[in-house]
Structures are given as structure tokens and as C-alpha cells.
Write a protein that binds this ligand. Structure first.
Ligand code: URA
Length: 256
């Protein structure tokens, strides 16, 4: 790898900053000052020091993204924005999403460059937990909790595996008819919205929505808040991302 690319990638500097640092003699390769940006190095063998600090190559890169609604979970798409569009990480090109969230689903999406780990996390054999917060149209009740705990038929060969449903609130809300907003006389529409947390250990297509549909209820808002023991950082606004901490990385590596 070119030395300037290595430094830009691992030290988070821009290529022009790197150029200046090299010119100033701030970069050592294996103990000797190096001024040539095009110098080829082996990131795993050579020892690079910038301004007195070693610069290490991290083979494994993983980010958490707070996925906004309206973007598709893909690395590229001809028509729609993808989850990768807002990622300006220097190693963006190596990253891919671990699993999939629907276009209208928000929340925790892991992006990483380790195909083997991602494969293990998504394998049905490993039962990695995923927790979702949802707003559901209708009254979610104790019978739903019981049904989800037993497993339900969502039209697949087998029933869903036991899932943990926690009801946060069940409230009646008023929804004015939006089309007739200007009409002062229009009646208000009432609806019951339940707020829930659901933890599942599978990843079937549209699984959460289909589980509620099977109980005659409709998910109107869905957000993933936890996956594989890693909670969505609540300081991240939709569209923002950060690298996983060392502790989160270790948790993933130990997982399966
Ligand atoms: N279940 C769904 O229905 N949609 C998602 O995006 C994730 C889980």
C-alpha cells in the first residue's frame, strides 16, 4: 500500500495533510525518515511512526449507523439512496451492512469489513438477538406476549422461534383527517397505538411486521435498538455513525 494512503486511512488525515507531514520529515518508516508519499509499505510488517506516535493498521473495521428511514440497505443502488451514502469513513469502500433493515425501518445497522464474522452473526444457527422498538396500530396485550413467546405462524415452513415482547404503553391517540385539515368541522379519528420492545433471535424477511400482522396488528414505526449485545448509541441522530469501541468489537468477536 502507498504510504500516503496508509496514513490517510489509519491516522485519519487528509492526503494533503499527509503530504505536508511527509515533507516536514514527521514520518518514520522502520526508524528512517520517509518523505515520499508513493513509498510502498506492508501495513502488517512495516513500522510507521507519525509525529512520534506509531500508526497501526487495524485489519477489522466496524461502525454502527443509526439508519434513517428512506434509504435502502445495500452498498449501491441505481435509483435510491443507500445506507452507505452518508458514510465518509476513510475505509468506506471495504464496508458492507450486516443484515438488512427495511427502507422505512430506522436504527442500529452494523457496517463492517469482516465477511466471516458477518456470516456467523447472520447464520440462523447462531441465534443472535436483535431488539426492536415499535409503534403498533392496535392494542398489544398479554395474549400477544404469550403467542410470541411460544412462536407463531408467519407463513414460513416453521413457526418463529420464541420471542420476547414487552409492552411499554397502550394509548388512544387522536388523528385529525389530514386531507380535510382545512375543514374545521371534520371529525377527529381515534386510534390505539401500542409501544413495544420485541427481541427476536432470527432474521426472516420483514419478520417483525409479519409477526404483528399474524396477530391482526400493523407496525407503523420500527427501529432496531440492539443487536448482538450492542446497543444503538442514543447520541447518534438518524444518519450519523461512529466506529465501534474496543469493548464492542471484543463482544462481537466473542459472539459466535
Ligand atoms: N423486521 C421487519 O419487519 N423489518 C425490519 O426492517 C427488520 C425486522
Amino acid at each position: 500500500m502507498r504510504l500516503d494512503k496508509f496514513l490517510a486511512t489509519c491516522a485519519g488525515s487528509t492526503r494533503s495533510e499527509v503530504k505536508k507531514q511527509l515533507k516536514k520529515g514527521m514520518v518514520l518508516v522502520n526508524g528512517a525518515v520517509e518523505t515520499h508519499p508513493e513509498r510502498q509499505i506492508d501495513p502488517q510488517q512495516d513500522c510507521v511512526v507519525l509525529a512520534g506516535k506509531p500508526v497501526c493498521w487495524q485489519p477489522f473495521v466496524a461502525l454502527m449507523l443509526n439508519k434513517p428511514a428512506g434509504v435502502v440497505t445495500a452498498t449501491e443502488d441505481r435509483r435510491q439512496k443507500t445506507v452507505m451514502d452518508g458514510i465518509d469513513h476513510p475505509r468506506r469502500k471495504e464496508l458492507f451492512p450486516v443484515g438488512r433493515l427495511d427502507i422505512d425501518t430506522e436504527g442500529l445497522l452494523l457496517l463492517m469489513n469482516d465477511g466471516a464474522l458477518a456470516h456467523r452473526m447472520l447464520s440462523p444457527r447462531h441465534h443472535v438477538d436483535k431488539t426492536y422498538y415499535a409503534k403498533v396500530l392496535g392494542t398489544v396485550d398479554a395474549q400477544d406476549v404469550e403467542a410470541f413467546a411460544k412462536g407463531i405462524d408467519i407463513g414460513e415452513k416453521a413457526q418463529t422461534l420464541p420471542a420476547k415482547l414487552e409492552i411499554q404503553s397502550v394509548k388512544e391517540v387522536e388523528q385529525p383527517f389530514s386531507e380535510t385539515d382545512s375543514d374545521q368541522e371534520s371529525p377527529a379519528e381515534h386510534a390505539v397505538i401500542s409501544e413495544i420492545y420485541l427481541t427476536i433471535c432470527e432474521g426472516k424477511f420483514h419478520q417483525v411486521k409479519r409477526m404483528f400482522e399474524a396477530r391482526g396488528k400493523k407496525v407503523v414505526y420500527l427501529k432496531r435498538v440492539k443487536m448482538a449485545g450492542i446497543a444503538l448509541d442514543d447520541t447518534l441522530a438518524p444518519g450519523q455513525w461512529r466506529e465501534l469501541t474496543n469493548e464492542e468489537m471484543e463482544r462481537l468477536q466473542k459472539l459466535c
